[in-house]
Design a protein. Sequence first.
Length: 566
Amino acid sequence: MKSRTADGSSNGWPPLTHLSKSPLPLTLPEYQRYGRQMILPSFGLEGQLKLRKAKVLVVGAGGLGCPAVQYLAAVGVGHISVMDHDSVERSNLARQILHTEERIGISKAESIQDAVKDINPHVTVEPLVEALTASNALSYVGSHDLTLDCTDNPLTRYLINDAAVLADKMVVSGAGQSYEGQIMTLHRHLSPEGRGPCYRCVFPSSPKPSEVTNCEDSGVLGTVTGLVGTLQAMETIKLIVGLGDAEERPTMLLVSPLSTTPFRTVKIRPRREDCAVCGDKSNGGGRITSLEDEDYVAFCGLATAGQQPQKGELGREETAKQLAQAKRGPDVLVDVRTEEEFSITKLQGATNVPYSDIRRDPSQALSSIETLLRASPSSSRQLVHLVCTRGNDSRLASSLLTAENRKRQGRQIDFVNVKGGLRAWQQEVDEGFPNYWGGSGFKGPVVIPQGETRRRNQVVPTSVPAAEPTLIASSSAIAPHLNGKTRRLSLSNGEQASSSSSSSSSSSSISSTSSSDESELSMIAHLEDQIDRLVAARTRVKLEQSLGASLPELPSALAALWRLGE
């Protein structure tokens, strides 16, 4: 009879130590990290290993992509590729939760890679700093097990969908805008041969460009994209691990947090046999076999969307500087943004007539403008300056109002569109004008040429010509209002600081700075990360309070706050 001694050895029995030396499928830290989910029914170690082996592509590193990647990484998806050619801007931070103030200006894909390192060191994030195109979509989608569509434009959605169908991959598609969102799984594998509907099955034709809005135009609440992105991650986990029951009929989940029923599931049409990409050729479908042969721009109506109105229907145009220099007198300034945007900030003397009202009823809108003009005794031609955020809606409004006024043959009115809109005003006229739209305002201390994306390891030289300052601190980022005036501080090579008022042509330089102040300035100019923290939310209030003092005290105030950050 076999017996075992106290040290675990016996005649005929293997030592107990051999039992613990079998290769483990996970590392010991991973057992600790994922233990709570591995003990779930239908999950187990097998489910965790499926996640570890999975390779997921996330297209879009914004409001949807950030929460999706956050949970996919935390749960242990082994390889996550994040594709986005855009860079982090301050306007992203309210909803794109993996980006930070310190990473403003670098690529979003690399920013997410940095964030995930702090979340889970056991997963790999591959940043793809490029746009998805017809030439690379099939390769990227086909080389991953599953794709998350976290984009916000129809063209990319159709491109992702078509690539997924041709590569026989599933897509978890999400959308979030304003207070609502939606999520659905496309080309779902229902059986070894059966497939669910694709995006073209649900939406055979693309919406008109005039019907498409994005977050910048219509707004979005960060918690909405957070909900949708998290649900995308949950759906991805379900598909990889094999959780839940296979759906008999495809559905779309609608998210509406302000509704009494914040979550609703609606059935969508099954796969169309005549679908252009996933349909049967015998039924007139399946005509798309090559992405590069498909004209996505024309299909989405973008080929003509950017065309200017006919010259005869378009009023005059002017630059933001010309508007600033104009002595308006009896002229009228009409802001065609929404009421909500108009309430955020506006130009002095502007009257709000939303473009949606002009488009819905040009006649009524023109009557409202004529009422404003009637206050002027002038019988000559009068000017109506039209402005919006970027100059697009105001240009269309000018076309509609010019055509309507021609019909009436009444008062002679010239509608003048402000090219570039309030963006141009903020850039060319008043840097202290609140930039709530993001994109072209202050992006932190590193100067990046417009249109370029700063990579993580890109170093900006510390010795540059004076015309290209190492550090530019915009008044809109540091102190929107300084003693009632808008000012701009420029630090060049850490040697001098100058300030100018936008309401005055006079300027002064700080020549009496002490040697200790110069040392502090030099230190600040060469430590970009610390300067980033100075303008971060936790110190901005203190910085603005310090700016209330006399300007020569600014270097000392900056240095003091820098030491606070340490």
